[in-house]
Ligand binder design. Structure first.
Ligand code: PLP
Length: 439
């Protein structure tokens, strides 16, 4: 079969037999991806794409990192699978590596298969420890697509899936589309905290097990919280014996230029939920980093939870190799340097040049361009126009992460200055074309 035929065959197999996530199945036309390296992907016919999506914002270390691939191969030769009840070297080392990047006061790691079930288990732990039921989470959030995780999610994908009990939501800060009529970050912060205080009172402080919050809400639009917000949430929680869970699934492991996104604040949670960047998704894995206090609780009491593949050795070997390579190669520093330097500056330039960019925001290699059809009213750019923009970027060889009226600019943490410039040039051209269509 020649290369073009292989592309067609792959696509036809997919369309006949593969059922896709979050999709109306009949109208799909997925891009064929055959291979990748670093920040690049390609199809069988040799057409290349610069990955400005990190897939689903998970390939922090880039594609096909040789040390991670070698570690997975070596582990596969030694022991490809083992039950979670056994002690296994790669699992112990993975937990140790993760804890070495966590703040002091964290003691153990519970491993899951991905981010959603990590949130499920963090919620389960919070309920078990506090003896309370309710979980508060933000409307502008995504926590995964399983039972409690999707019920905790704020975005509209929650609504057809609300079968889990004990969830209530609150508005988190987002100055550009403020729910609090705020004029600046300080006001947004103060009012968002006053609102959360009222929600806690109304839901019954004594019935709330935990506040679950993305340190920087990602899918909801890369909403960097105002200074003092996370600290304020922590304070409110402490006043009422409520636990704090930070969901670092998307923002963690280097994406913001720190190992964990909450490190941009002084707030520290009781449980840290992770997945994606921990091993860049080379083998599915997620988990919960558990504070000493919560860990001790379960020294004397049963933990009612478990998964056949908890701490799967291939995933664990990938975690050890990923975190070691990230530390040795300065990957987090690169995300900080490039992301807060040439990328942030370039995006600000685009916002100044193109009126359809209502706002650019973010930290490290975690940014979003908010596109609007009217700078005054901030009306979101319509879905059809966003689809045209996405297609145009792909045609120019840049793979974007488009959500609603936003382009999330989220390349791997290893991205180079030259690759950022290349992506920015494509964005510039495509935003220019979109602007001229709108006049
Ligand atoms: C913040 C956050 N939490 C949880 C999840 C769910 O993770 P997974 O898809 O691995 O279950 C995601 C996925 O995008 C996420 O962004």
């Amino acid at each position: 079969m020649n290369d073009a035929a292989l592309n067609d065959f792959t696509l036809s197999l997919d369309r006949q037999h593969v059922f896709h996530s979050w999709s109306v199945q009949g109208s799909l036309a997925p891009l064929v991806i055959a291979g990748g390296k670093g920040c690049r992907l390609w199809d069988y016919a040799g057409r290349e794409y610069l990955d400005f999506s990190s897939q689903l914002v998970n390939t922090n270390i880039g594609h096909q990192h040789p040390k991670v691939i070698a570690a997975i191969q070596a582990q596969a030769e030694t022991l490809a699978t083992v039950a979670p009840a056994h002690a296994n070297l790669s699992r112990g080392e993975a937990a140790q590596r993760i804890l070495s990047h966590a703040p002091s006061g964290f003691e153990k790691v519970f491993f899951t298969n991905a981010g959603a079930d990590a949130n499920e288990n963090a919620i389960r732990m919070a309920r078990a420890v506090t003896g309370r039921d309710k979980i508060l989470s933000a409307y502008r959030s995504y926590h995964g697509s399983t039972g409690a995780a999707i019920a905790a999610t704020g975005d509209p994908r929650r609504v057809p899936n609300e079968f889990s009990r004990g969830h209530a939501h609150f508005f988190n800060p987002f100055l550009y589309r403020s729910d609090f009529w705020a004029k600046d970050e300080a006001q947004e912060c103060e009012r968002a905290l006053a609102h959360l205080k009222r929600v806690i009172e109304c839901e019954g402080a004594g019935s709330i097990a935990a506040i679950l919050l993305e340190s920087i809400p990602g899918t909801a639009g890369v909403l960097v919280p105002p200074k003092g917000y996370l600290e304020g949430v922590r304070r409110l929680a402490d006043q009422h014996g409520i636990l704090v869970i930070f969901d670092e699934v998307m923002a963690g492991f280097g994406r913001t230029g720190r190992w964990f996104a909450f490190e941009h604040s002084a707030a520290r949670p009781d449980l840290i939920v992770f997945a994606k960047g921990v091993n860049s998704g080379y083998v599915p894995a997620g988990g919960v980093v558990i504070s000493e206090t919560i860990s001790r609780h379960f020294d004397e009491r049963m933990f009612f939870g478990g998964l056949t593949y908890s701490g799967h050795p291939l995933a664990m070997a990938a975690i050890v190799a990923t975190l070691d390579a990230m530390a040795e190669e300065g990957v987090v520093e690169n995300a900080d340097h490039i992301g807060n330097g040439v990328l942030a500056t370039g995006l600000s330039r685009l916002a100044e040049k193109h009126a359809i960019v209502g706002e650019t925001r973010g930290l490290g290699v975690f940014h979003a361009l908010e596109l609007v059809s009217d700078a005054e009213t901030r009306a979101p750019l319509p879905a059809a126009e966003m689809a045209t923009i996405k297609r145009a970027l792909i045609d120019r060889g840049v793979l974007p992460f488009v959500v609603e009226n936003r382009i999330h600019v989220v390349p791997p943490c290893i991205v180079s200055e030259a690759e950022v410039e290349e992506g920015l040039a494509a964005l510039d051209a495509v935003l220019g074309e979109a602007s001229s269509r709108l006049v």
